[in-house]
Design a protein around this ligand. Structure first.
Ligand code: ADP
Ligand code: ASP
Ligand code: MG
Length: 413
């Protein structure tokens, strides 16, 4: 019997009516002769609301602390737990059998990196036992447990990771990601009005787009899908239209130079000034930062005349609190005139396409589009299949639009 894993994001389960619509989809897949597993996110903005509540509680007598990470995860897993129970009830109310499981109940074990834990194993037996009885299995996305039983979460958008990991261990025929847009677009359709839906995109292109700001799919989920060759079908929970297939690369994909553009907002540049210019310093700085599980990007080093260097890099706002702790420790250890400066309000605009491997002139076309729109490029980084420019956050939306149009991404292929 074919096996489908469906995932419904927050908007798609935001109220009772939508939960019923999602339930209907799961039932309809079952009636077509599939075994069905459903992964759900927290309802609507629940996760954001819980984070906000935590902030309020962590401010006391005019002093704000960072919420303890373990407690934050303890709080956030409750969001998905509400949805699984309601989804199972909705399916039962529509006359079918369903059972809900938390991450812990299906033995979804992660490491102990609270707020960005990595999945280590899933016990598929309990899921299969239910599926073979004809029951629809509902699983809480975004959460797991450590070996010692503490709750963890998998990073924002982590229900995507649950979807693909569950799909991979069960050997699913397809992972369907139901969201609030019709599929993957050439750019975020909420920013670029003439963005066009893409029919098929390679894992590598999607990996880059996700990492560069296309929040529709979490990067880790795409990594997983690529590793285990699980196809993902991203589609709209509110209509029946065919969405976007994320699949292994095919030779014809290289004919398209640029597949999509993305914007990553809310970046901060950190510059560590007057760092001693000697071997091992960069290794130490970035080793300490990595040990704190903070991801940095766009590293640049400038050498001054006085045997010191300035090292700068960008980081997402969300990582700043953790990063500052490490950077303060490093600057203290290095002593002398070493100090850190933070420059917020940056964004990164990028174009992605496997066709860049065989076509030239992409960078020049992108830079010209930005220049014509009077957008200053502060830093450039490239890989085999992407070009990214750091710009002012204020100009982010405009930059995305002009770059999108420079490559005529809105036009039918
Ligand atoms: P869900 O709650 O279903 O997980 P998300 O809000 O996490 O949904 O992701 C869907 C959103 O991702 C869309 O509403 C859209 O604004 C945004 N998005 C960003 N880039 C893209 C893109 N290239 N294609 C489609 N959606 C995108
Ligand atoms: N509820 C979590 C979040 O908002 C996980 C998810 O939706 O994928 O990030
Ligand atoms: Mg999401």
């Amino acid at each position: 019997m074919p096996l489908i894993v469906q995932k419904f994001g927050g908007t798609s389960v935001a109220d009772a009516e939508r939960i019923h619509r999602a339930a209907r989809r799961a039932i309809s897949a079952k009636e077509k002769g599939n075994q069905v597993v459903v992964v759900v996110s927290a309802m609507g903005d629940t996760t954001d609301d819980l984070i906000d509540l935590a902030r309020q509680v962590c401010t006391y007598a005019g002093n704000e602390i960072q919420p303890p990470k373990r407690e934050m995860d303890q709080l956030l897993v409750t969001g998905e737990q509400v949805t699984i129970a309601l989804m199972a009830m909705a399916i039962c109310a529509q006359g079918h059998s369903a059972i809900s499981f938390t991450g812990g109940q299906i033995g979804l074990v992660t490491d102990a990196a609270f707020s960005k834990a990595r999945i280590q194993s899933i016990n598929k037996q309990r899921i299969f036992d239910q599926l073979t009885q004809g029951t629809i299995v509902i699983i809480a996305g975004f959460q797991g447990v450590t070996e010692t039983g503490d709750y963890t979460t998998l990073g924002r958008g982590g229900s995507n990771a649950t979807l693909v990991a569950v799909g991979a261990v069960l050997g699913a025929d397809v992972c369907e990601n139901y969201t609030d847009v019709d599929g993957i677009y050439t750019a975020d359709p909420r920013i670029v009005k003439n963005a066009r839906k893409i029919d098929r995109i390679s894992y590598d292109e999607m990996l880059e787009l996700s990492g560069l700001g296309a929040s529709v799919l979490q990067t880790r989920a795409v990594e997983f899908a690529k590793k285990y060759n699980v196809p993902i079908h991203v589609r709209n929970s509110q209509n029946e239209s065919e969405g976007t297939w994320i699949v292994a690369e095919t030779p014809t994909m290289e004919h398209i130079v640029v597949s999509g553009a993305a914007l990553k907002k809310d970046l901060t540049r950190v510059t560590i000034k007057s760092v001693p210019d000697r071997p091992g310093i960069a290794a130490k700085i970035f080793g300490d930062i990595a040990a704190a599980n903070v991801v940095v990007d766009d590293i640049i080093q400038n050498i001054s005349d006085d045997n010191t260097a300035n090292i700068s890099f960008t980081v997402e706002h969300g990582e700043l609190a953790d990063l500052k702790t490490v950077v303060e420790r490093i600057t203290k250890e290095l002593g002398g005139g070493t100090k850190a400066i933070y420059h917020s309000d940056l964004a990164k605009v990028s174009v992605v396409g496997v066709g860049m491997r065989v076509h030239t002139g992409v960078a020049q076309r992108m830079f010209k589009a930005l220049a014509d729109a009077k957008i200053n490029i502060q830093n450039i980084s490239t890989s085999e299949i992407k070009i990214s420019c750091i710009i002012d956050l204020e100009q982010g939306a405009k930059a995305l639009q002009v770059v999108h149009d420079a490559f005529e991404l809105g036009k039918a292929r």
